[in-house]
Design a protein around this ligand. Structure first.
Ligand code: ATP
Ligand code: MG
Length: 354
């Protein structure tokens, strides 16, 4: 066996602390079955408890501590009753994204049997695609300002900034992903009919990058109709790539069409592995259900599967996904899925099947 994989395990706040043990349980089981040498480093910072004790979300040397890791496995951060969200979020997760250049945000969207779908008449297999969001530039800049503030002439400007480097790398990642899948289909989110400078340019970069992937069919869709089709014709999609803002919206809309929020996983990737990538459930700390042991751990567990896949273990990923599929079909189910099982019971059931 080669060098052990080192993973920081950060539960964070609220139900992050309840779903993390189940994520670890299942990842460890898969690692055992597939003979993967993986070591977890438990970390109690990047949490509001730590903030209460120290006045900051993370120690000053957080970057030195995390840099040697192959990945960060993350629960949820935020406890608004104690710490305002902008402090907890900007003091932890958003720092990771930026300083570790996690320029890809990847969200699988998949409908399973046993999960009530808010879209009428859809069954498992009808929805199965990946949303790739550009995670570092585009519309999320702090460039701009307000002129004539407080007067009738008030004007506000906020710039969107794209770079060839930044667009090409996310497009390349999306083309690679599409090229490796059966359907080899890539939807490029755009709005070149209305946003007349940046979006035609973005389309042009997609054409340029796509020249290296002749097997991939490309479908450019305006963000408005694309959103409608997520709801009306989800079967059209295989891999979807979008700039930061459009990707942000699509990566919530997509999972919303497949049922419970407790299922959706995400990956913040630095594909070159120059820095650690981060794997976390899409849901937050859910203060309303924390402490009852009823949070659905599947988003955490699925995020663990994405992590194993990213670290080179597709077989372990697939085994976990199969186990999740079976448990969703047969139970046990947590209350969000209409059952009465605990977080731990679900984790153990999935562990048994891996
Ligand atoms: P964020 O922290 O991302 O801003 P939020 O605080 O708005 O999100 P969540 O913490 O994700 O929202 O909770 C939203 C709702 O979904 C809550 O009612 C919560 O109980 C429920 N929920 C979230 N995650 C889970 C889960 N894993 N299992 C069951 N219910 C969940
Ligand atoms: Mg929250």
């Amino acid at each position: 066996m080669s060098q052990p994989l080192k993973v920081a395990a950060i539960p964070g706040d609220g139900i992050g602390k309840e779903v993390m043990p189940e994520g670890l349980r299942v990842v460890r089981a898969a690692a055992k079955r597939f003979n993967i040498d993986i070591q977890f480093e438990p970390i109690d910072w990047a949490s509001c408890d730590y903030y209460e004790k120290t006045g900051q979300m993370m120690p000053d040397d957080w970057k030195d501590q995390l840099s040697p890791m192959d990945a960060v496995f993350f629960g949820a951060v935020g406890w608004p009753a104690k710490v305002p969200d902008h402090i907890s979020l900007w003091g932890s997760l958003l720092k990771f994204r930026r300083e570790f250049d996690q320029y890809i945000n990847l969200r699988p969207v998949r409908l399973f049997d046993g999960v009530p779908c808010p879209l009428a008449g859809r069954k498992a297999g009808d929805i199965d695609y990946l949303v790739v969001r550009e995670n570092t530039e585009g519309e999320y800049t702090n460039l701009g300002g307000i002129m004539y503030a407080g007067t009738d002439r008030e004007i506000v400007i906020q710039e969107s900034v794209y770079s060839r480097f930044g667009a090409d790398r996310v497009l390349k990642y999306a083309f690679e992903l599409a090229n490796a899948r059966n359907r080899k289909h890539l939807t490029v989110a755009t709005k070149s009919n209305g946003i007349a400078i940046s979006m035609p340019w973005w389309d042009g970069r997609a054409d340029a990058v796509g020249r290296d992937y002749p097997a991939v069919t490309v479908d450019k869709q305006h963000i408005d109709i694309l959103s409608a089709r997520f709801v009306l014709q989800p079967g059209r999609f295989d891999v979807v790539v979008a700039s930061n803002l459009f990707g942000d919206i699509l990566s919530d809309l997509g999972p919303a069409t497949t049922g419970t929020i407790g299922l959706a996983p995400s990956a913040n990737l630095n594909p070159e592995r120059k820095f650690p990538s981060l794997f976390e459930p899409v849901h937050g700390s859910a203060p309303d259900i924390y402490g009852q042991g009823i949070a659905n751990p599947i988003a955490m567990i699925w995020s663990g599967a994405l992590m194993l896949d990213f670290l080179g273990h597709r077989d372990a990923h697939d085994a976990i996904l199969q186990a999740i599929e079976t448990v969703l079909k047969q139970g046990p189910h947590t209350p969000d899925l209409g059952g009465q099982a605990t977080t731990e019971a679900l984790g153990r059931a999935i562990e048994q099947l891996v």
